[in-house]
Design a protein around this ligand. Structure first.
Ligand code: GLY
Ligand code: MN
Ligand code: MN
Length: 477
């Protein structure tokens, strides 16, 4: 027993990801974030200063907020997941009475009363433990002079258009940002000091952040792989469990329950679960149809695991067997995706993948008599085929592929009612989306666990699911 306790304590104190007093887990660890700040600094222009602001607390209604989600750039550079913070990074060492520094993290003060209601705040000590030498309370941000006029370039994420939180106590971020904007605007009045307002507006922050975030470190690939594995498992379980009496909402619930079961705290984006006509709405998120039997159902969902999000789509026949028309369209999208994935190699571009997928879809749609001219294909395949994934489901990054990028390959065909083709094709919408790791050699399909071919899908849909053992009482209304 005693031994067990000692081991337990050792485990707690030896883990780099759990800090005393910290109320969340950061698998990346402070060394990762510190390294990224240094990489950011190296790309900053000469004699520059950069400002990052935490994401706002967004009101849902009355006194209820949306779940807080940190701005991904802020998180990437700091590991900090609380609101009301500012990160300042300097290109060059600065000096004051306390010595040299090249970054400052401003954070919320601790507040016993608020912490009782809303959860712990890490405060200055917590921030220090996360690898910051210079930490200050947010109230200081307004007072600190910064000597903006001494810098040739002022970089910042764009805060002007953002809706920030108005309601925290007297040092709310809105005040802080207004003060910041005043500094920037005043600066413009001072002649001969460069076009700082322009620099502020057309920030190079996004370009630098994009160049850092587009290729993933091994730790990030590990987290992404887990998010994708969880999402793929959920697709498998739904394939086994789904039947004609289920609703779109119930299908969504099974996916999201499985995410939580495997430790994913969120969905990386609003879950898209659309049957029949709804499968033809690209980002259908209402998910409220209750009559789905005999339809194709398109399920585009992604677990967010420790901040990193998957983006996986499967389209399946609710009754377990594709109709001849559903199968024709499905197999065409599948063939297009199979060939497109092969193009996901170093040096190729998103466009190379897209052109490959479009050619196959155009040819197939002509063969099926749905279109007459390849130019018409875009009517039924109206979106791009690839984007990066990471901390954002649409992560920033170059359109030219490099090793350790993780991208989607997601062709689709959508034929809404009243389309200019035989009505037998109407209300069929198919997207197949997989998450692909770019390597030195072949692309690796990180979501390959979830069956993709029509045969494999029909086969797995015959299996029983543990979900079907969950029988709940009726609610009479
Ligand atoms: N789930 C959104 C997308 O596939 O891009
Ligand atoms: Mn996608
Ligand atoms: Mn998607």
């Amino acid at each position: 027993m005693r031994f067990k306790n000692t081991l337990f304590l050792l485990l707690i104190f030896s883990s780099s990801s759990i800090l005393s007093g910290q109320q969340y887990i950061d698998d990346l660890g402070s060394e990762f974030h510190k390294k990224k700040r240094q990489e950011f600094r190296e790309q900053m222009p000469q004699n520059s200063i950069a400002f990052f602001f935490t994401a706002p607390i967004m009101k849902r209604s009355n006194d209820t907020d949306f779940m807080y989600h940190q701005d991904p750039n802020f998180y990437y550079l700091s590991g900090w997941r609380e609101p009301h913070g500012v990160l300042v990074i300097f290109k060059d060492d600065q000096q004051d009475n306390n010595g040299l520094y090249n970054e400052i993290l401003y954070v919320r003060e601790k507040n016993e009363y608020r912490e009782m209601w809303d959860g712990r705040r890490l405060g200055l000590n917590g921030a220090k433990q996360m690898g910051f030498d210079r930490v200050k309370l947010r109230s200081n941000f307004i007072k600190d002079p910064f000597q903006i006029q001494n810098f040739s370039n002022v970089l910042s994420m764009d805060v002007r258009d953002d809706v920030r939180d108005f309601k925290d106590d007297k040092y709310d971020l809105y005040d802080i940002q207004n003060k910041f904007l005043e500094i920037i605007d005043d600066k413009e009045e001072l002649s001969g000091l460069g076009d700082i307002k322009k620099e502020f507006k057309n920030s190079s922050v996004n370009n630098i952040m994009s160049s850092l975030r587009q290729t993933k470190d091994s730790l990030e690939i590990k987290l992404l792989t887990k998010a994708i594995k969880i999402s793929s498992l959920a697709q498998i379980e739904v394939m086994k469990a789904i039947h004609g009496e289920m609703t779109e909402r119930e299908v969504q619930g099974i996916h999201e329950f499985i995410y939580r079961k495997y430790g994913a705290a969120h969905e990386g984006y609003n879950s898209i679960v659309g049957a029949g006509a709804n499968s033809c709405i690209l980002h259908y998120v209402t998910n409220e149809d209750i009559n789905i039997d005999n339809e194709l159902i398109l399920m585009d969902l992604g677990a967010e695991y420790r901040g990193y999000t998957a983006d996986v789509t499967r389209t399946i026949p609710v009754n377990g067997k594709f109709s001849p028309e559903q199968k024709e369209i499905y197999d065409l999208v599948y063939e297009s995706q199979e060939e497109a994935i092969k193009k996901a190699i170093i040096g190729n571009t998103f466009n190379d993948i897209y052109v490959e997928s479009l050619e196959i879809i155009s040819r197939g749609l002509i063969k099926l008599g749905i279109i007459n001219d390849p130019k018409e294909a875009r009517k039924y395949y109206p979106h791009g085929v690839s984007h990066h994934i990471g901390l954002d489901v649409h992560d920033p990054g170059s359109r030219t592929l490099e090793k350790n990028m993780v991208i989607t390959v997601e062709p689709g065909i959508y034929i809404p009612e009243n389309s200019d083709c035989d009505p037998k094709w109407w209300n069929i919408g198919v997207r197949i989306e997989d998450d692909i790791l770019i390597t030195d050699t072949e692309p690796i399909n990180l979501s390959e666990d979830a069956p993709r071919s029509s045969n494999e899908i029909e086969k797995i849909m015959k299996l029983d699911s543990p979900i079907n053992q969950l029988i709940l009482p009726d609610i009479n209304d």
